[in-house]
Design a protein around this ligand. Structure first.
Ligand code: GAL
Ligand code: GAL
Ligand code: MN
Length: 231
């Protein structure tokens, strides 16, 4: 299979890339032909990466626009991305900790958010403004999914990216930004288009959670203020 791993890293977020790529080289879908797509505003070279890196130029905008607009960037790269069998996205402030293999290959792949694994539905943080296209009632929801790792067949992933991007644009016309940005829209999308594979939070495991379990993908606990500030 031909797989694309897509990531977004502008400005300070670039510092997370070496660890992500080094560990993805070791653990991410090793039996397959994987290419990396990096959406970035910076020109730079990564030497000696075992896999091909395609750099797509984007403009940096302040928080939360780089996360909110992620599906717009993927939609804009559709012509290239549709040549792959599967597409996966992970946040750049993550890294692979153990083998992630064929178990993730499915049409629509969602990951349960680590903060809501054992939560009651009433605790889910869906968008609660009925004016938003991301609006979802807690009692209706299936799970609360993480924005940090998802994917699927290229056809389904690009369809999802297009729909979420359209919904975010509709919200913007009403000056609405959903509570958890793209993650709120992702949750609405997976409510309407049920995932064909649901991954447990070991695929989005915060580095400050203590556990006897063996994580697959680690989410780095960072200083959000520092990373989201402009300087
Ligand atoms: C973070 C995400 C990064 C990047 C950043 C905006 O939440 O982990 O991958 O999208 O937002 O530059
Ligand atoms: C937080 C996480 C946010 C968002 C939120 C949802 O733990 O840092 O990015 O996912 O949960 O309630
Ligand atoms: Mn993150």
């Amino acid at each position: 299979m031909k797989i694309a791993l897509v990531n977004i890293a502008t400005n300070k977020y670039i510092s997370f890339l070496p660890k992500l790529y080094t560990t993805a080289n070791m653990f991410f879908l090793n039996e397959h032909e994987v290419d990396y797509f990096l959406f970035s505003n910076l020109d730079f070279l990564i030497n000696n990466c075992a896999r091909k890196i395609h750099i797509k130029k984007i403009e940096h905008k302040p928080w939360p626009y780089m996360t909110l607009n992620r599906y717009k960037f993927f939609t804009e790269a559709e012509d290239q991305l549709k040549q792959y069998d599967y597409i996966y996205y992970c946040d750049v402030d993550m890294y692979f900790y153990s083998k992630v293999g064929n178990e993730i290959l499915s049409d629509r792949v969602a990951t349960i958010h680590p903060g809501f694994f054992n939560s009651k539905k009433t605790e889910y943080t869906y968008e609660d403004n009925p004016e938003s296209t991301a609006f979802l009632k807690n009692e209706d929801g299936d799970n609360y999914y993480a924005g940090g790792f998802n994917g699927g067949s290229s056809r389904e992933f690009l369809k999802m990216a297009k729909t979420i991007n359209e919904n975010i644009t509709k919200d913007e016309e009403k000056s609405i930004i959903a509570k958890w940005h793209d993650e709120s829209h992702l949750n609405k999308y997976f409510f309407v288009n049920k995932p064909t594979k649901i991954l447990n939070p070991l695929y989005c495991f915060p580095d400050n959670f203590s556990s006897d379990l063996s994580p697959k993908i680690i989410a780095i606990t960072k200083n959000h203020e520092l990373f989201r500030s402009e300087v």
